[in-house]
Design a protein. Structure first.
Lengths: 250, 358
């Protein structure tokens, strides 16, 4: 079991954000976290990565309680791609190299440089490596942030709406690459998404969150017209087209 | 899929290595021009001394007159300039990084005004100084330690107050700067009131001269204290350079990379404030360096703190040395306030960078 979220709850002083959420992931799982705006998807990811400390419950990574791990040790196990990010005058290469921070003792090693080069190549960013991040388009920048997370060589990859700034081609490309990395490196990924069709196409596990509570967790069967109606309040039909499930609002 | 195969042409050319070499080259050039500025600064004065004689005098060789001028007058001034420039610039660099705001600096956070208020209390209320009529408006401080202790107490107190407020009120980085601006305004008002009600215009004149800032004010003892604190801070900042790089990418990203964001920010702000407080207390207010030097350096070398931190320190030393030397030679024998020269020299340079879009 790569990741186990055991009964985690988080609340701000005046409102509960997520309540008693439990789920587990195996190696190679691609989990789509779905729900309406404000349902608690981003908070769940922040609790998993210890950016926020859940008031109740624990998170285990490969059986180890994440609260017992030091910051840098946790960063070697879990990488997080935020929904929005700051950027300064840094090259793409340096931005991705930052993902090696948990491994760097004093100076960057040749191994760090090679890992960054490989990831840049994998995400088709090698021709941008010496460009400054403040000169990139939203889509290019998003790929750089994902590349930085991959440079951490994590066991679990957490991504908060990673495709929200990307065009259709880049959305499919990025989600495909993530799927490929999950399969090759035997890691798992937790991705918050709004596009149910992309979720059905790439993910193999699904969480539906409604008002901070776990509404459903499981394989593609949990994503049906009834659950979507309950969570989103929208009537849909799910049809297969060329073997791909498609959610159609009616 | 094997992602290790098919190495791109780009990486075979070691583009990254060239990128790093370029940054190191900029640092070496900055260092070289600072060394040139050092010899110019030490040579400038009523009695020109050639570089060879300067080196001999530093080593204690050569004629007694040269040794005396170099060791007792020019070296303290030049070393003060190198240390204060490096300290103020690096303090600004860390504050701008920690608070994610290019306007963060010792002056915008109220540390300089707090020191000035302390000096006003010492000189006007405690009678620690006056001005004597030598025709050049010579400041005479009867008890420099009282002035320094008062200035340092208020500036460190102001720093601790901002840090405590930000902890208690869970301030955002923007709110910390606004708190600094508010405190700065408070200390300015306090200074104004003390000066307004002072019946002794010579004391008011003395404190105004004190605030101008003067690199020749510090003795070797003070220079050693300043040097030790600035050296410790620079080592600390360089040790945490990767943490500052992570902070540049946002608090959430930094936390996910294993950085204890609150602790790094608190320690960084505290150390930057202490070196500012010490420098301002020993030398008076030297504006501009902490605000603009890190910005100019960032435009030359980028935001990577591995190179930005040492380069900012050298840039601060260079600009302050050049400014002080110009302040001494432009209207010789009259000396201009060094803070005014730093602004006259640096502001056009900074505006040029802004217009060029660098």
């Amino acid at each position: 079991m790569t990741l186990l979220a055991d009964d985690i709850s988080f609340s701000y002083p005046k409102n509960d954000v997520i309540k008693e959420i439990t789920f587990s992931l195996e190696e190679g799982d691609y989990l789509a976290v779905l729900g309406t705006n404000g349902a608690g998807k981003s908070t769940l990811l922040k609790c998993l990565s210890k950016i926020l400390n859940p008031q109740l419950g624990k998170v285990y990574i490969n059986g180890i309680d994440s609260s017992t791990l030091k910051g840098t040790e946790l960063a070697k196990n879990i990488a997080y791609v935020p929904q929005s990010h700051d950027y300064s005058k840094k090259t793409v290469f340096d931005s991705v190299l930052l993902g090696r921070k948990p491994y760097i003792k004093w100076d960057v090693s040749q191994n760090d440089i090679e890992i960054v080069e490989d990831i840049l190549r994998l995400l088709d960013l090698e021709n941008y490596s010496m460009r400054y991040t403040n000169e990139l388009s939203g889509g290019e920048l998003q790929k750089v942030i994902i590349a930085r997370a991959l440079a951490q060589q994590p066991k679990v990859l957490l991504m908060d709406e990673p495709t929200s700034n990307l065009d259709l081609k880049n959305q499919i490309e990025v989600l495909s690459i993530i799927k490929e990395i999950i399969n090759i490196q035997k890691i798992s990924a937790v991705v918050t998404m709004h596009d149910l069709n992309l979720a059905l196409r790439f993910a193999n596990k699904f969480i539906l969150i409604k008002e901070g509570e776990l509404f459903a967790f499981g394989d593609a069967t949990v994503l049906n017209s009834e659950s979507i109606k309950s969570v989103y309040g929208v009537d849909v039909v799910i049809e297969e087209y060329l073997g791909i499930p498609v959610v159609i609002p009616i | 899929m094997n992602i290790k195969k098919n190495r791109g042409v780009l990486f075979q050319d070691n583009v990254y290595e060239h990128h790093i070499i370029r940054k190191k080259f900029i640092i070496i050039v900055l260092l070289a021009v600072t060394i040139v500025a050092f010899f110019w600064a030490i040579n400038a004065g009523a009695m020109p001394i050639k570089p060879k004689k300067v080196i001999l005098a530093i080593l204690g060789l050569g004629d007694n007159k040269s040794i005396s001028i170099i060791r007792n007058i020019r070296m303290p001034r030049v070393v003060s300039g190198i240390l204060a420039g490096a300290g103020l610039s690096i303090a600004g660099c860390i504050m701008q990084n920690n608070l994610k705001n290019p306007l963060a600096s010792p002056s915008t956070l109220g540390i300089s005004n707090a020191a000035a208020f302390g000096a006003n209390v010492a000189i006007i209320l405690l009678g620690a100084g006056t001005i004597v009529s030598t025709g050049l408006g010579e400041i005479q401080i009867f008890n420099p330690y009282i002035v320094t202790i008062c200035a340092m107490s208020f500036s460190i107190g102001s720093t601790l107050l901002i840090i405590s407020l930000s902890k208690i009120g869970r301030f955002s980085t923007q709110s910390i700067i606004l708190a600094g601006v508010a405190l700065s305004s408070l200390f300015s008002a306090g200074t104004m009131i003390i000066q307004y009600f002072s019946g002794d215009t010579t004391k008011v004149a003395a404190v105004i001269f004190w605030t101008f800032g003067d690199l020749g004010r510090a003795s070797w003892n003070e220079i050693i204290i300043m040097g030790i604190l600035i050296a410790i801070s620079i080592i600390y900042f360089i040790y945490h350079r990767w943490d500052y790089n992570a902070l540049d990418s946002g608090d959430d990203t930094a936390k996910s990379l294993g950085v204890n964001v609150e602790r790094i920010r608190l320690c960084g702000m505290f150390m930057a404030s202490v070196i500012t407080a010490v420098t301002v207390s020993f030398l008076g207010i030297i504006g501009f360096i902490g605000l603009i030097c890190p910005q100019i350096t960032k435009r030359l070398i980028g935001s990577d703190n591995r190179y930005l931190i040492p380069a900012s320190a050298i840039m601060g030393s260079f600009i302050l040395l050049i400014s002080d030397t110009l302040a001494r030679v432009l209207l010789s024998p009259q000396t201009l306030p060094v803070g005014a020269v730093t602004s006259f020299l640096g502001a056009p340079l900074f505006l040029y960078f802004l217009i060029k879009g660098m």
